[in-house]
Design a protein. Sequence first.
Length: 537
Amino acid sequence: MERVAVNQPPLLTVDSLSIQFQQGAEINTAVQEVSFELRRGETFALVGESGSGKSVTALAITRLLPKSITRFPSGQVLYTGQNLLALSEAQLRRVRGNRIGMIFQEPLTALNPLHTVEKQIGEVLRVHRGMGGRAARDRVLELLGLVGIPDPETRLKSYPHQLSGGQRQRVMIAMALANEPDILIADEPTTALDVTIQKQVLNLLQELQQKLGMTVLLITHDLGVVRRYAHRVGVMTQGRLVEVNTTEALFSQPRHEYTRALLAAEPSGEPVTADPAAGPVMEVDHLKVWFPIKRGVFRHTVGHIKAVDDVSFRIRRGHTLGIVGESGSGKTTLVQALLKLTESRGRIRFLDQDLAALNQAQVRPLRKRMQIVFQDPFGSLSPRMSVGDIIAEGLVIHGIGDAREQERRVCAALEEVGLSADLRHRFPHEFSGGQRQRIAVARALILEPELIVLDEPTSALDRSIQAQLMDLLRSLQQRHGFSYLFISHDLKVVKTIAHEVLVLKEGKALEYGPALEIFHQPRHDYTRELIDSAFNL
């Protein structure tokens, strides 16, 4: 990382900024008296957990917060001597997207699904530079090449859904850099990406920063990213900036108690002790999920997409099998096949029964013994049902117990995942992300399953909440002895819970074996790349 002069005047100053949201008579203070400076050519990281106010602060700089409900009771944001909070919309448009660019967290949401790559980047050039026609097209191609999109001409007519997550984020970066801004605000730019793509995007930002002399404001909750890429760090909690320091000093000698707690929240711990000779709860042999490619008037099959291709593994009782791989590796399709949610070939034996030989009616009684916890704890819980009804739903479907017995079990399940039984009458929107994921775990364990499938259960959570959830999962496994199938692209998390690991790439199993062996002596180059990306950001 290049050094940045500390004695130069700031490029942008946030001075005693407070932000409130007012709806009717209710006023919510999201940010209180926050002050920091951005220096030319540096990366300043703003870190903190969800709800700390870091993204709201970043959006306030370019005034992207909803005007009708946003108030600034104190403070100013100074750029080239101008207070951005006092500018008219016309004046602000000359700064926003021109001198200050922004990359948003979720590129699929931020990009217009109805417009091509060329049109979306070209719009930035047209609005801010009046550029069109061949000149705009040449500049779009130049930008796509700059951000590392291979063969950019073939991508001009692509829509966002036709690009991978990494490619979409590169398009977002190209849009943000189109007018060569002085400042680039990157709001959680890698949260939704796999570890190898995450490293590529961050390295790209660093290279572009050095080439263009930009200042980067990096919003993130990933301290591994901060340590590798930031010059200075500001730590936020509950709307306040509690510590600002150089990256080296903050990690070696944190001053604030909250900073020390954040640094201690990295995934840690070891898998629970498990019997190495335990018998299998599930055996999968030569599993294939091929989707036909049909073309022509008569829709003839001309080939196949091999989403899962000849994969075999075992899940032992009381063990955790970690399945890792990038997006598109086949992880989700594999789970759908195991749960009989998609057609497959090969043998799947669960509790000594061959699932391939059973129809849906015959599989249904087995479902209560094989439960799943999904990635998004908000999307997987019905907003119209109380927490008690959500957790009890499995009992109702399988006809287990009367109403009194079901309520007793719901209360016990909530308390087992660290929540009060009194919360069962509330609704999902009244809980934090970590609490919602605990509710999802309670819903799974209330049926006393033999196997719980955990599909990216921590990816939507802050590091400290991740650590709490992993502690909970290990304690439940220790207490009940059930098996986990743990799917994730975060190898740091997988290492803390998995006894065995299966590495997938493009539908194929590249490695499978004891977790310690794979983490310390990987045989395949791809596995080594995944591990290096995860542990050496």
